[in-house]
Ligand binder design. Structure first.
Ligand code: KE4
Length: 428
């Protein structure tokens, strides 16, 4: 008897490419039929067959308070009853902009947009417009949404030009992007010594969350900051994932480094589509209508989405929020590591604030994309499905980070660790 998810996926495949609206949801990395969710509440989600799962994906980061948080739902209802948007300024977007400026000392002004992709797109255009340069530097394994200039893979060597990472990305554009190796300080220094005067911007995930979870090594972010300042390049922290996930002042507050531009998303919308790009006034004033660098958007600053974001910020600003979130995350990663060790499984974990990584590997800690790429994805696949069957939903890819919510309890985490102990013994 097919499940509701299987029946829905069959319908979806007929009318949507791959049956999904975003590739990672298709379970291609782990196999099987994607789970279709009917509802969420707190740390749990239920599929269309009524199965309940403890959720460690959290909509890829936005659901830091858990699903259907009462104060967010109430804020959305209240805002929606006043109109769904006007294409005109509203009080709410000013309040959200003021909150971001207050929380991020590196941000004097902010432009609200509708997704992380739109935020990085605008940040790149702003950096290129402000510097008059075209070259962008990104890091292998990083994902910044899908602007053409960022769908680029490393050329044959770090000093050659980027290659399109998707059909449809013009080669001439990809060649303007250089892909370096995350945490490779000597490589970055060598590149800047040759090309520094041509670089418009370096865009970096201050904690890499799209090649699983890989934190910066000491000196990595500091080196980027120093080199960008010395060569007049714009340092962009892509905090779409880390912003409000790692701490209330983002990864920049956690590591004490001020970028020139910051992109935000996910948590900032409380679960609804909001992105943002912010930074120094001298840079942000280049944006239309103040300056010549163009950006526009029908739904930018949408009052209903912004109301959800403001409600989320109220909740995560409460005293002790991040201490508890980090403690829950560490409780999970330490517990998983102990159970894997007891089962004799090569396994590593990392935790930064409310995000974490789990790796089936002999490496005890991972700092480079190559190390992550060498992990045992087959073992991860077996772990993923065995945990899913037991009612625990992890990211359906060995190359994604995991996300804790404030709705999770210690007993939720302990139950996860208990189940994983059995699974580690099972997958052997
Ligand atoms: P969106 O356009 O998906 O809102 O944001 C793109 C983006 C930008 N920067 C970073 C650091 C990001 O992690 C993302 C999106 N993250 C993925 C999860 N790995 C979203 C999930 C998906 O693509 O379906």
């Amino acid at each position: 008897m097919p499940t509701e998810s299987e029946k829905l996926f069959e319908r979806a495949l007929r009318v949507m490419p791959g049956g999904v609206n975003s590739p990672v949801r298709a379970f291609r990395a782990v196999g099987g039929t994607p789970v279709f969710f009917a509802r969420g509440a707190g740390p749990y989600v239920w599929d269309e067959d009524g199965h309940r799962y403890l959720d460690y994906v959290g909509a890829w980061g936005p659901s830091i308070l858990g699903h259907a948080h009462p104060s967010i739902v109430e804020a959305v209802h209240r805002a929606a009853a006043l109109g769904l948007g006007f294409g005109a300024p509203t009080r709410a977007e000013v309040e959200l902009a003021e909150r971001i400026v207050t929380l991020f000392p590196s941000i004097d002004q902010v432009r609200l947009v509708n997704s992380g992709t739109e935020a990085t797109l605008v940040a790149l255009r702003l950096a290129r417009g402000a510097t008059g340069r075209d070259r962008i530097v990104k890091f292998e394994g990083a994902y910044h949404g899908h602007p053409d200039s960022l769908l680029v893979k490393a050329g044959s060597s770090a000093l050659t030009f980027g290659l399109p990472d998707s059909p449809g990305v013009p080669k001439v554009l990809a060649e303007l992007t250089t892909v370096l190796s995350y945490n490779d300080i000597p490589g970055i220094e060598a590149y800047f010594s040759r090309m520094g005067s041509e670089i418009a911007a370096v865009i970096v995930e201050p904690v890499s969350g799209n090649m699983n979870c890989v934190p910066p090594i000491p000196g990595f972010l500091e080196t980027l900051r120093g080199l960008c300042s010395a060569h007049g390049a714009v340092l962009i922290f892509d905090e779409v994932m880390t912003g409000f996930r790692v701490g209330l002042a983002g990864a920049q507050g956690h590591y004490g480094i001020d970028p020139d531009l910051t992109t935000l998303g996910k948590v900032i919308g409380g679960g609804l589509p909001v992105g943002a790009v912010g930074g120094r006034r001298a840079l942000m004033e280049q944006l239309a209508p103040e300056g010549p660098v163009f950006h526009a958007g029908t739904f930018s600053g949408n009052p209903v989405a912004v109301a959800a974001g403001l409600a989320a910020l109220d909740e995560i600003s409460r005293t002790g929020f991040y201490e508890r979130l980090a403690a829950l995350t560490i409780r999970l990663t330490e517990g998983l590591r102990a159970r894997a060790r007891a089962a004799g499984i090569p396994f590593a974990t990392v935790a930064v604030g409310g995000m974490f990584g789990i790796f089936f590997t002999t490496h005890t800690s991972l700092h480079r994309f190559e190390e992550v790429r060498s992990c045992d994805t087959e073992r991860f696949r077996r772990f993923f499905h065995a945990m899913l069957k037991r009612g625990f939903y992890f990211a359906p890819s060995a190359f994604e980070a995991g996300f804790m919510s404030a709705a999770h309890t210690e007993s939720d985490v302990d139950a996860t660790v208990e189940a994983a102990g059995a699974v580690f013994r099972e997958i052997g």
